[in-house]
Design a protein around this ligand. Structure first.
Ligand code: PLP
Length: 390
């Protein structure tokens, strides 16, 4: 039973505004904040670096989140590397794989900059990025198959776009790529915690802690089916077995990828937040968000002077009010009713600019969004559009 009133007690900030920017980052539940407070008030120390009681407790709690995440994703803890965000997870793959001149990465025209720039940046090492077009926000797996050559080293694809909210047929893409022995990186920034999926079907999955998993900012994780395919990009303490002035030996993965003091409170908070996502159930979250998305789509697309770009049922709703810039519309939504939405290119300029040269207004839903909040959005957009025409 999806008890929205009870759920919202976990998010006091929602009493202060209408938060429709969860695609950017989610609100953090009380239980995650409390877990972080407990760390600071009761046992703060460094992770894996000491034998005293506080260090032991810290290490235990930090590693507990890895176990929680592994159970949540249906993978083993040793395949998970903690990072700061989705961007860092993707960069770890881009900079951790061994490339040679002439290699190719196949990606799509739907990507967030985080899943485009790391590949484009490899151009200086002679690696070519091949971009497969989309059709109305969806890529055709056959076109991805057609883009694969004997030089393709990786397919990197988003699960759900952060501009249109369209879901890509990523399992089919993985099947096609794997038939050609090409590994697949899934950008799960918008899907983790929103849509059920099987992480083990992919070679790499980049997951933010701070979006659908409801964790604090500065948390994320990279799943890799075989971490031995990657080399660490960051060297220092916490990742080595033995060091002499002549050399060093690395600890086995995943420790070798987590150099330096990590975001310990964040990771501990993330573990508590995932507990809430697990209680709600991703399937139920998906159902809840989809029904509100239909409500938003139907309401907005019926308004004169409003153009909606996202398809019906997508929990990321991009639109524009004709005659008003996306930024002016977003500012007006906040001013009139405290409605928080994002505007502009959403760090996915190729896709967002193709919809409108000034980008879009983007309302994105979360597990805690209510029908009343969606109605308030539609009503306020109606007022704004109406004020322009007469
Ligand atoms: N990929 C997609 C599809 C996104 O929507 C985002 C952020 O919105 C990112 C990557 C980057 O995420 P992060 O801010 O966690 O690095």
């Amino acid at each position: 039973m999806y008890d929205l009133a009870r759920l919202r007690e976990e998010f006091p900030v929602l009493e202060r505004c209408i938060y429709l920017d969860s695609a950017s980052t989610s609100q953090t539940p009380v239980r995650a904040v409390e877990a972080m407070c407990a760390y600071f008030y009761e046992y703060a120390a460094n992770h894996g670096r000491g034998s005293h009681r506080l260090a032991r407790k810290t290490t235990e709690e930090y590693e507990r989140t890895r176990d929680v995440l592994a159970r949540f994703l249906g993978v083993t803890p040793g395949t998970l590397v903690f990072v700061r965000n989705t961007t860092e997870a993707i960069n770890l793959v881009a900079n951790g794989m061994s490339w040679k001149r002439g290699d190719e990465v196949v990606t799509t025209a739907l990507e967030h900059h985080a899943n485009l720039l790391p590949w484009m940046n490899l151009e200086k090492r002679g690696v070519r990025t091949v971009v497969v077009p989309h059709h109305g926000g969806r890529v055709d797996p056959a076109e991805i198959g057609g883009a694969l050559t004997e030089r393709t080293r990786l397919v990197a694809i988003t699960h759900m776009t952060n501009v249109l909210g369209t879901v890509q047929p990523v399992e089919e893409v993985a099947g096609i790529a794997h038939d050609r022995d090409v590994p697949v990186l899934l950008d799960a920034a918008q899907s983790a915690g929103h849509i059920p999926f099987d992480a083990g079907k992919f070679d790499f999955v980049a997951i933010p802690g701070h979006k659908g998993l409801l964790g604090p900012q500065g948390t994320g994780v990279l799943y890799a089916s075989d971490l031995s395919l990657l080399s660490p990009c960051c060297y220092g303490g916490g990742i080595v077995g033995e060091v002499t002035l002549d050399g060093f030996s690395l600890l086995p993965p995943p420790a070798r990828f987590e150099a330096g003091t990590p975001n310990i409170p964040g990771v501990i908070g993330l573990g508590a937040a995932i507990g809430l996502v697990g209680e709600l159930g991703v399937e139920n979250i998906h159902r809840h968000e989809t029904s509100l998305a239909c409500l938003a789509h139907d309401g907005l697309s019926a308004l004169p002077g409003v153009e909606v770009y996202s398809p019906r049922g997508s929990p990321v709703i991009s639109f524009n009010v004709r005659g008003l810039s996306s930024h002016a519309c977003a500012a007006e939504l906040d001013r009139r009713r405290g409605i928080c939405v994002r505007s502009g290119f959403h760090c996915a300029q190729p896709l967002a600019a193709s919809l409108h040269p000034g980008g879009t207004v983007r309302a994105s839903l979360g597990c805690y969004t209510t029908g009343e909040e969606v109605s308030a959005l539609v009503e306020t957009v109606r007022e704004i559009a109406g004020s322009l025409t007469g």
